[in-house]
Design a protein around this ligand. Sequence first.
Ligand code: NAP
Length: 310
Amino acid sequence: MTVNILFAGHDKRWPEYEPHLRAELDRVGIDAHLARDIAPEEVDYIVYAPNGPLKDFTPYSRAKAVLNLWAGVEQIIGNETLTQPLTRMVDDGLRRGMREWVTGHVLRHHLGMDAHIVNPHRIWDNSPPPLARQRPVTILGLGELGQACAEPLVELGFPVTGWSRSQKDAPGVRCLAGEDGLREALRGAEIVVLLLPLTEATENVLDAEKLALLAPGAVVINPGRGPLIDDDALLAALDSGQVGHATLDVFRIEPLPGEHPYRAHPKVTVTPHIASDTRPSTAAEVIIENIRRGEAGEPLLHLVDRQNGY
Ligand code: NAP
């Protein structure tokens, strides 16, 4: 029987995704009708993105799952019309992209690269940077992406601490959990990377009290979600010197408004939500594997826990 798959991602992503989804359907041997317009009551699976056209899931009475193309689900989790199982994106391309971005920005700050790249007075300061093993790094969120980013940092010798909701056991990482664990994870950290999902429990997790626990002059790197940080507290900590630099990829409002204080702040690097993107070639494998599983009556991969919000 033909499986009807609705692509409800952003229009401009359709040409990128279509060939990979079709190739994967062929490879796995699923007879499918894949399109952007299918009568709602005939749709079996919805390939979805929050910036796509679909907002009301009510008419999709037969849909067996909504397969999100994004890792973050905060924009869909509160949609009361969504009653179907929801999966989120975990794909190798996303993991690799985040690992490269985080490692690059950690090394920028660890090695003090700016002092040499931006050196208008051509100062010859030949004091070498410390070794990685002298620079404690803390990763908030030890999920798919947090653990993927911890690996190369551990490999380079950084003392890496990770924090998650449930206790983890990641190779070479000091793993902490719970409220007390959070304070312990942040105390004395010189570089903090935020890779938590945005939920009620994680909003403003990095507030004034937590920022005060960091080593003076610490660096904050946020490729997670903007509201994980109390912006006013971060700006105050930057101005006081408690935080030496913030590299921010995500914001409460995106694109970040031109007049936002982060834009012109000399101690803030703004990147436009590019830390890592879902890659169509690898994402298509995950999407079609879940459709195969759905058709075979097997459990879906990467199901979102509605209770926990991620
Ligand atoms: P994930 O696998 O679900 O991992 C989330 C981690 O956060 C888990 O370790 C989880 O703990 C922990 N966590 C959640 N709520 C917590 C809480 N209240 N207290 C302590 N720890 C908590 O997610 P992921 O795939 O790694 O993605 C993480 C986030 O990265 C996404 O949600 C998205 O917002 C962001 N992201 C950004 C970009 C970008 O380009 N900037 C790209 C992709 C993703 P447990 O392990 O105990 O569940």
